[in-house]
Design a binder for this molecule. Structure first.
Ligand SMILES: C[S@@+](CC[C@H](N)C(=O)[O-])C[C@H]1O[C@@H](n2cnc3c(N)ncnc32)[C@H](O)[C@@H]1O
Length: 212
């Protein structure tokens, strides 16, 4: 007997076959809301790597890319950041607002591949954790360019993705599409420079920081 394929993989395959890199996220969140699927990355708590490294925001602006159900955005808000969290899936954004009705986070539906122009150079902290790797590689340069554009002078961008160097890529089928070190370093563009790049979780993920 074979194990049934999880809903996220079935939806992703169909969406990608239609040339749509992100449509399956909304489909997955709505299926989960109906109790018909699980969203594998939702934990009900903030990312532990981010929680271990978060610094006081003192009112500065933070942007959480692919904020999903809001846990990382709320973590930063609790540490004094003025947070905008965005996700391409409207159902995720609605769920985040519903989970945290008293929240000071500005939850927004937006696409990293076509972000609002007013976000350019606007954020003192930009957090990108395992979102860009969830889109096929051909979308990576545009996504990375958007990500770099958000960072304000003197700010910090955090980028954490699955590390390709520790994955057997022979028969690998995304999502996700892991990052190489060169992929991570490509965030250093248009005035953004790499500050640190390490592996975490026993080499499974990269954790990189950038500034402008
Ligand atoms: C793999 S999940 C990771 C969620 C969260 N960052 C975490 O660490 O658990 C990817 C998230 O990014 C969102 N997403 C994917 N592509 C996006 C895009 N182009 N723009 C904005 N959000 C996107 C998805 O809807 C989903 O919530």
């Amino acid at each position: 007997m074979t194990t049934p394929e999880p809903a996220d993989r079935i939806l992703a395959r169909a969406s990608l076959a239609e040339g749509n890199p992100t449509g399956w996220f909304e489909q997955l969140y709505t299926a989960a809301a109906r109790g018909e699927a699980e969203v594998p990355w939702t934990r009900g708590e903030p990312n532990a790597d981010l929680a271990a490294r978060v610094r006081p925001g003192e009112g500065r602006r933070a942007l959480v890319v692919g904020c999903a159900l809001g846990d990382d955005a709320e973590l930063l808000s609790a540490h004094g950041w003025a947070v905008t969290g965005f996700d391409v899936a409207p159902t995720a954004v609605e769920a985040a607002r519903a989970r945290f009705p008293e929240s000071e986070v500005d939850y927004v539906v937006a696409d990293l591949l076509n972000p609002p122009g007013e976000w350019a150079h606007a954020f003192d902290l930009v957090v990108e954790i395992i979102n860009i790797q969830a889109m096929p590689r051909e979308f990576r340069p545009a996504a990375v360019q958007s990500l770099a554009s958000f960072l304000a002078p003197g700010g910090t961008a955090i980028v954490s993705e699955v590390a390709e160097e520790n994955v057997d890529m022979t028969h690998w089928q995304g999502p996700p599409w892991p990052f190489s070190r060169t992929d991570v370093e490509s965030v250093a563009q248009h005035g953004v420079r790499l500050v640190s790049l390490e592996t975490i979780r026993d080499g499974a993920r990269y954790w990189a920081t950038f500034t402008r």
